[in-house]
Write a protein that binds this ligand. Structure first.
Ligand SMILES: Cc1cc2nc3c(=O)[nH]c(=O)nc-3n(C[C@H](O)[C@H](O)[C@H](O)COP(=O)(O)OP(=O)(O)OC[C@H]3O[C@@H](n4cnc5c(N)ncnc54)[C@H](O)[C@@H]3O)c2cc1C
Ligand code: SF4
Length: 570
């Protein structure tokens, strides 16, 4: 095939336009660099293309989204666990579920917006409990960039450290949180009795206007994308100011195949396939930033082999692909009789929880290290297709029925369920990694990833503790637990790896080039003009979701790139 070589050389080529790539594009164009942003998916304008203002019954396919929209037809993200023409494989007997977005802005188009700033302990866990590794930076290094994100992107919440006494939950710069809903107050009441903190959630949704973006009007449909730009997504918050500089070239339908390098071991550009016609093109750049999501960025490096880097670009250490991590996940639901027969009230609020529980227990009193936070759910928001499926078995119901009686049953019982989801910290282990499958390629002939993944007893014990805690909360609310207990042989209810969609690791940072790929600025030890801006550089997870930290790191890395580029020292 003829390969088109672009004559223009960009200052920076960024691969991927999600959280990490969007932030890199914003900071680098603002610093004056000419940036090409390669995105495998199509362009997307949420105000025009999104389904924020539709009723559920407007769906021509009764909510069914198919493989491209596993979260439903009106969901804001094109992508999924399985994608036609883009397979991945797993080692026999192991499981990893890999969610990939394919559109401008990636998964930020429908992410949950839960934005939890990590604390000082989260960067030095080995020093505390001897497991895993410490980061090459501390909380103080990253704090100014969290502050930047709070101010520029916007986040609601409150500074609850003094109220809860939890030193690893640092303060931020918050907009006022929305008021708790009725069922959330009941949960809080039970938590208070059990001495479990239950405090305002921290979510990147505006409750006050910011930088020309409107405050949330509480339609509760964030997962469809926000047409008023009141929540965070890369294409509504980061890319518009980058485009305004006139320095940004967005290249959609551009599936990066390989990072190109020269004999001196410097990155020279990126080759990509145009997914609409299969045309292969090479783009030249002085600096390359990978932000294709943790596993895709690792795949790109592993596929970029040369005599100097036979195991993949920047991978003479052999660490690329290693230490794959996800958050732990486990859920328990309950029925709360106090909530039966409620009058109809509007409980919409933001698209997500108004209260949550940060990790609160001292590990010295437990048989497992690290922890989890609790995400709470329930209420009477706009129902979707299939809501309250299985009503005939509802513990508060009369066994189903037909016609008017069934409708009344729905009215009586809607909103009587509460749900608790554990999201916690996995400790990186050597059995969890991705590598290139030597036998399988995707529809463009690009070798695919093969995954290996194992939970350890650290995570299983955490899930057991979560099950016990969630049952206790439901019972304290006077409710009935509706999720069966899961035992050790069912991993105490842990979701399979990848299912929480918080994958990270795979191109880890560190001070030691033999044991890490990137230095403390997410710059490759072996390729000075190559950087990574997604979750791949992470040395460990936290008991908190990761995207606010991806954004803060991408800001810090991009600022460093801009300084070095201006000094011409990379
Ligand atoms: C349903 C859901 C809920 C979530 N909720 C939360 C939450 O509440 N809080 C939280 O912190 N996190 C949450 N997450 C995770 C969050 O979305 C991700 O951590 C974040 O989007 C990662 O950013 P990224 O830039 O690494 O990747 P992405 O946002 O996925 O962006 C990567 C982009 O790169 C593109 N790309 C991939 N490969 C290539 C290639 N070879 N060439 C060119 N382009 C490529 C993709 O098309 C995509 O647009 C959630 C995710 C999902 C799916
Ligand atoms: S709940 Fe608020 S932030 Fe979410 S889609 Fe509606 S208006 Fe936008």
């Amino acid at each position: 095939m003829q390969v088109i070589e672009s004559s223009k050389e960009y200052d920076v080529i960024i691969v991927g336009s999600g959280a990490g790539g969007g932030m890199a594009a914003y900071v680098l164009t603002k610093a004056g660099a000419n940036v090409a942003l390669l995105e495998a998916g199509a362009l997307w304008d949420v105000a025009k293309d999104g389904a924020m203002f539709k009723w559920s019954y407007d769906s021509p396919r009764r909510g069914f989204g198919g493989k491209e929209k596993p979260f439903g037809e009106f969901d804001g993200c094109i992508g999924g666990w399985e994608m036609d023409g883009e397979p991945y494989t797993m080692a026999p007997g192991e499981r990893w579920d890999w969610f990939r977005a394919r559109m401008l802005g990636g998964r930020t188009n429908h992410w949950g917006r839960i934005s939890l700033r990590w604390g000082p302990d989260d960067f030095r866990r080995k020093g505390i409990d001897g497991l895993g590794d410490d980061w090459p930076i501390t909380y103080d290094d990253i704090k100014p960039y969290y502050d930047n994100c709070d101010r520029f992107i916007g986040i609601f919440g409150n500074n609850h450290a003094s109220e809860t006494g939890l030193h690893n939950e640092p303060d931020g710069i918050f907009q006022p949180p929305p008021k708790p809903r009725g069922y959330e107050l009941l949960i809080k009441d039970a938590c208070d009795k059990l001495k479990i903190p239950c405090v305002p959630a921290r979510m990147s949704i505006l409750t006050q206007p910011l930088n020309g973006r409107a405050a949330c009007h509480y339609c509760g449909q964030c997962g469809r994308g926000c047409g008023t730009h009141s929540n965070f997504s890369s294409p509504t918050v980061l890319l518009p100011p980058a485009e305004k500089t006139g320095k940004l070239t967005v290249v959609p339908h551009a599936m990066a195949r390989e990072v190109l390098s020269d004999d001196e071991g410097r990155a020279t550009g990126v080759s990509y396939v145009n997914t609409t016609n299969g045309q292969e093109t090479t783009l030249r750049g002085k600096i390359v930033v990978l932000a294709a999501s943790a596993c895709e960025s690792a795949r790109l490096l592993l596929n970029s082999t040369s005599p100097r880097f036979p195991k993949g670009l920047a991978n003479n250490s052999g660490v690329v692909g290693k230490y794959l991590i996800d958050s732990t996940g486990m859920s328990v639901s309950g029925f709360i009789p106090k909530l039966v027969d409620l009058p109809s009230v509007n409980e919409d609020g933001v698209g997500g929880m108004h209260l949550y529980t940060p990790w609160w227990v001292d590990n010295r009193k437990l048989d497992f290290p690290r922890g989890y936070h609790i995400e709470i759910g329930g209420g009477r928001r706009m129902p979707g297709y299939g809501f309250m499926g299985g009503i005939e078995e509802h513990p508060g119901g009369s066994g189903g029925g037909y016609g008017k009686a069934l409708k009344e049953e729905y009215r009586r019982l809607y909103g009587t369920g509460v749900g608790f989801a554990l999201r916690g910290e996995m400790i990186p282990n050597k059995d969890s990694y991705c590598e290139i499958d030597p036998e399988v390629v995707d529809q463009w002939g690009i070798p695919v990833l093969r995954f290996h993944f194992k939970w350890s007893d650290h995570e299983r014990k955490q899930a057991k503790h979560g099950q016990e805690t969630f049952r206790e909360i439901i019972q304290t609310m006077g409710g009935t637990v509706t999720t069966p207990w899961r035992d050790h042989d069912q991993d105490y209810g842990l979701e399979p790896g990848g299912r929480i969609i918080h994958e990270s690791g795979t191109i880890r940072m560190g001070n030691e080039p033999k044991a890490s790929v990137l230095n403390k600025y997410c710059q490759a030890h072996e390729v000075p003009n190559l950087f990574v801006c997604d979750g791949a550089p992470f040395v460990s997870q936290a008991d908190k979701n990761l995207t606010w930290t991806i954004l803060a790191f991408a800001w810090r890395t991009s600022e460093y790139i801009a300084e070095q580029w201006k000094k011409r020292s990379i």
